[in-house]
Design a protein around this ligand. Structure first.
Ligand code: SF4
Length: 373
């Protein structure tokens, strides 16, 4: 029996692709193994660190295929150790127990630091019927959580809120989550559907990237910080129990100390539940990689720590406010799961992959503890 291993880097969309690749291999008689005859590396070029780690893995194994978001400039480096295969359209492959559903791929936004529009191409949205049929299949097979994925789900061509309404009306006990959203495309319709649809979870990742207008302009993000703040506060006002997370890049070229302090100020004002903070890393071929005033690694690390320490304080404060509340949670393994609004929760029991009602008893920096009712 042939054995395979898949190593995945990057976003949930890449993980969804890996599940589909795994399904294809298993259909061809391959077995998943830590001692593989074939290794697939599904790469993400957004961060240099991920490319370096993938390269180290490619050198480690004999029979390696590299796929995913790979910049042309990295091709030569990898071809010495691996075969490079462009990802075919994997939408038609149905993963076994997965409930990750890509609804669109690619991006038209051209943020100045990002390679996605070059590696994944322009936006392509799947027709709603295809997505709904796939969701029905997963739900009938016992899926409890459906993730709708895309680089920018709220610019889904066939109306994202409408899609949420349709999936919400599928009979069954399940939650609907989605990722990622661009602030410039976050309309009132979407906010209302998150508020009103019982199966859509109150979790929004709304990437801001910087709290400073000059930097946002250089990043080509197409919103001002005032617009972002207005939107974030509206979401918090309109959706009770919403958990709002964001993505941040510290040390973008030209980010002065004052500009960084504007991001600190934003954190204090908005009080995000979670933030995915990364140190800027130049990606070849992007506009930002050619910008002047690159920030030193030491300074990026210092800014990262300052923001992360602030985030820890805010997160703990927000979690403490939840002590005593009752919530529903989906428990996956080792008595750990997620609440409906995507907070990590540790409970005192429960079988795998089941919904439980929990009373929150303790706040942790990055999550909660609770007792099953
Ligand atoms: S919105 Fe910007 S950061 Fe996100 S995938 Fe598109 S270009 Fe990249």
């Amino acid at each position: 029996m042939k054995k395979y291993k898949i190593i995945t880097y990057g976003c949930l969309a890449n993980h969804s692709d890996s599940e589909r690749i795994a399904k294809k291999l298993e259909d061809q008689g391959y077995l998943k193994s830590e001692n593989p005859d074939l290794v697939i590396i599904n790469i993400c070029s957004i961060r240099q660190a991920a490319v370096d780690r993938a390269f180290a893995q490619a050198k480690k194994y004999k029979n390696v295929i590299v796929t995913g978001c790979l910049l042309k400039s990295d091709y030569d480096k990898f071809t010495k150790y691996a075969k490079i295969v462009k990802k075919e359209n994997l939408f038609s492959v149905k993963p076994k127990n997965s409930c990750l559903i890509p609804i669109m791929t690619g991006c038209n936004n051209f943020c100045s630091y990002c390679v996605v529009p070059y590696t994944r191409g322009r936006e392509y949205s799947r027709p709603p019927k295809e997505i709904i049929d796939e969701a029905k299949l997963f739900i009938n097979n016992g899926a409890k959580e459906i993730w709708l994925l895309g680089q920018n789900v709220n610019s889904y061509k066939y109306d994202f809120p409408k899609l949420l309404y349709k999936i919400n009306s599928i009979p069954g006990d399940f939650w609907i989550r989605f990722l990622s959203s661009h602030p410039k495309d976050m309309g009132n319709d979407l906010i209302k559907s998150i508020r009103d649809l019982p199966k859509v979870t109150e979790y929004i990742n709304l990437a801001v990237q910087s709290g400073d207008n000059e930097i946002l302009k250089k990043m080509n993000r197409n919103y001002s910080i005032e617009e972002y703040k207005k939107l974030a506060l509206k979401i918090k006002r309109e959706i009770p129990n919403v958990c709002l997370s964001t993505d941040i890049i510290v040390g973008f070229p030209g980010e002065t100390k004052k500009a960084f302090q504007n991001t600190v100020k934003l954190f204090k004002e908005i009080e995000f539940d979670m933030a995915y903070i990364s140190k800027y890393s130049p990606r070849p071929g992007t506009l930002a990689s050619k910008m002047k005033n690159q920030i030193t690694f030491e300074e990026k690390s210092r800014r990262y720590s300052e923001l992360n320490n602030l985030l820890k304080k805010i997160s703990l404060k927000r979690n403490k406010q939840l002590i005593g509340q009752e919530t529903r949670a989906l428990i996956n393994n080792n008595f750990i799961g997620k609440t409906k609004n995507f907070k990590t929760i540790k409970v005192n029991g429960s079988s795998n992959n089941s919904f439980v009602d929990v009373k929150i008893t303790k706040a942790l920096i990055w999550g909660l503890s609770g007792k099953i009712k």
